[in-house]
Design a protein around this ligand. Structure first.
Ligand code: MN
Length: 200
């Protein structure tokens, strides 16, 4: 299934005449895969965790946000694939539109796929996600190091866990207060983005 096909759910939920969210484009070949963590002040405040796989961002909603403490197992609920440019999206989705509310880019960067089979051979990252377990090393401005995503429930309430793989635990930060956290793109808080973009 191509990226354009994979974005059908994403596009079907949105009116691009009303929201400034992106419609979607193709991936630049050969570049390192990207990740982004957004804070989204919608009907419930949550984090959105997205990993580039080919020409879409595979996406999970994480109510409590990612933690760099290996003891924290964070619930991650899959959401529809998003276009690659969504990594840049920060602003206000109009009230009444799908996901209406303020979004900031809390962290972004690249990641190194680390998924292996039982014999220790590397496996295709998208395939490892299809099979329900993927490991990767994040290289962001806030999140660094190895993480694992593991599906523990399938079906209508499909659910995953995002966990930091123990390793360098020198400076554990946990998860910051999403109301005080600042954008990795603009340095702004949710409230500052809401004030700046919500009045246009
Ligand atoms: Mn969201």
């Amino acid at each position: 299934m191509g990226g354009q096909e994979r974005l059908r759910d994403y596009r079907g939920k949105r009116d691009f005449g009303r929201t400034k969210e992106p419609e979607g484009r193709a991936a630049a070949p050969g570049s390192e895969p990207r990740f982004v963590v957004q804070i989204h002040d919608a009907s419930t405040l949550h984090f959105d965790f997205r990993l580039q796989v080919d020409d879409v961002l595979k996406s999970w909603s994480i109510p409590k946000g990612p933690s760099d403490d290996p003891k924290d197992k964070r619930l991650a609920v899959p959401t529809e694939d998003h276009p690659l440019e969504y990594e840049e999206f920060e602003g206000v989705i109009p009230r009444g539109e799908y996901g209406g509310g303020t979004v900031i880019v809390w962290d972004h960067g690249t990641y190194q796929p680390l998924s292996h089979d039982r014999e220790g051979r590397p496996v295709d990252f998208g395939t490892s996600l299809d099979h329900g377990h993927a490991r990767f090393r994040l290289r962001g401005s806030k999140l660094h190091g190895e993480y694992a995503l593991t599906r523990f429930r399938e079906g209508l309430d499909e659910s995953w866990l995002l966990v930091k793989v123990s390793g360098s635990t020198a400076r554990i930060q946990g998860t910051p207060d999403p109301r005080r956290a600042r954008s990795a793109r603009s340095g702004r808080t949710l409230a500052q983005v809401a004030d700046g973009d919500g009045q246009e």
